[in-house]
Design a protein around this ligand. Structure first.
Ligand code: TXA
Ligand code: MG
Length: 351
């Protein structure tokens, strides 16, 4: 299939292309577009066949449910059978923005969109292009991250083109995304709201609005991954993975640098191509051909912004091993560590 690729600027929305994207979506087609978190691969969330095409294009297991994207809070009543007061509180505080809520689904939403579940994930993105495209479609838009299943999520149109050119009807290039990792997911169907996927809207921020907020134990105890079944089906799959083997090194800064340099020497001696994922503060201390800084250790937003792009850059460098510094798990860092641990298949060396 020929994929239509067009560049659009958030400041200068070209309505001809927005209308085109809306028409493709309304007709059951696939359009990849930027959101503030990562690029999404959109299809009509209320159309069985359209949702099925998403799974096919991504190579995604069909029991992994999709997030339904809306452009107005009123749409909550359409996609959910019941909207609790907490949902409106969260919408007030964080929408449009990087927060996804799990609610009980309405009959309108097909089971192909929800992966067979009676619940539905809903999000109102803040990216103006995303909002305009949803409105132009006249429906709600199911959109997983626009990557081949198992690859790091796309944070630029180039990543989407690399993965999906020829497999989707249209790709909207709106430049680099601002946040760089996927939305926080919170389940509002139980007695206590529960975070199923950490993101840049942190537990602390959610607690300010909701009071008590729990975290899915599968996120908090990654070392037991595989034993505890995560409540977001997608969190159980190996994910975000680069082609090389990623290993995290955890401990005191000086000891981490020493161990990573030692591992680089060992693997290079065995003729492997090796990479180091470092930070601004530590980059100069590594002796390695392929070293990339993700940003400052003092600024989790910059690290989140560069995380997936860095993983993809190591793919282009064709490295066999990537050694990466680890971070603590407080506030925004929890989301970063969640993605890194998954990308590493939970391989961690403690020093
Ligand atoms: O930031 C984001 O959320 C991006 C952009 C495109 O909006 N989307 C995204 O979608 O990350 P995806 O499909 O890559 O991840 C959706 C996650 C999966 O882990 C899935 O299992 C979970 O949401 N999910 C969806 N519906 C659910 C439900 N009803 N109950 C529990 N988890 C659900
Ligand atoms: Mg994804």
């Amino acid at each position: 299939m020929d994929t239509l690729i067009c560049q659009l600027d958030e400041q200068n929305l070209n309505h001809q292309w927005i209308e085109k994207a809306g028409a493709i979506l309304a007709g059951g087609g696939l359009v990849a577009f930027p959101t503030e978190t990562v690029y999404g691969l959109g299809a009509d969330a209320l159309n069985d066949a359209a949702a099925a095409r998403i799974y096919l294009a991504k190579g995604r297991p069909s029991d992994n449910p999709l997030i339904v994207h809306i452009a107005e809070v009123e749409a909550l009543n359409e996609v959910a059978s019941y909207v609790p007061a907490n949902a409106y509180r969260l919408a007030d505080a964080f929408w449009p923005g990087p927060l996804t809520m799990i609610l009980n689904k309405s009959d309108q939403v097909p089971l192909s969109t929800t992966g067979g579940l009676d619940t539905v994930a809903v999000r109102m993105p803040s990216n103006p292009l995303a909002l305009e495209i949803i409105k132009a479609s006249g429906t709600y838009i199911a959109a997983p991250s626009a990557n081949i299943s198992g690859k790091p999520s796309p944070t630029s149109a180039k990543h989407v083109i690399d993965d999906l050119n020829g497999k989707v009807d249209m790709i909207i290039d709106g430049g680099a995304v601002t946040i760089g990792i996927e939305s926080t997911i919170i389940d509002l169907t139980g007695s206590i709201p529960m975070i199923l996927r950490p993101g840049m809207i942190t537990r602390e921020m959610l607690c300010l609005v909701l009071g008590e907020v729990a975290v899915d134990p599968a996120i908090l105890a990654p070392e037991s991954a595989g034993n505890i079944r995560p409540k977001a089906p997608g969190m159980k799959y190996k994910h975000y993975a680069p082609s090389g083997e990623l290993i995290l090194i955890e401990g005191d800064a000086a000891a981490v640098i020493k161990r990573i340099n030692q591992l680089v020497r060992e693997k290079e001696k065995e003729d492997f191509n090796v990479g180091v994922m470092a930070t601004d503060e530590t980059l100069a201390a590594y002796h390695c051909r392929n070293k990339i800084s993700m940003g400052s250790r003092l600024d989790y937003k910059t690290i989140a912004h560069h995380l997936y792009d860095t993983l993809r850059r190591f793919d282009t460098l064709d490295v066999d091993y990537i050694f990466c510094e680890s971070f603590h798990q407080k506030d925004g860092w929890q989301a970063i560590m969640n993605r890194l641990l998954k990308a590493a298949g939970y391989r961690v060396i403690k020093v």
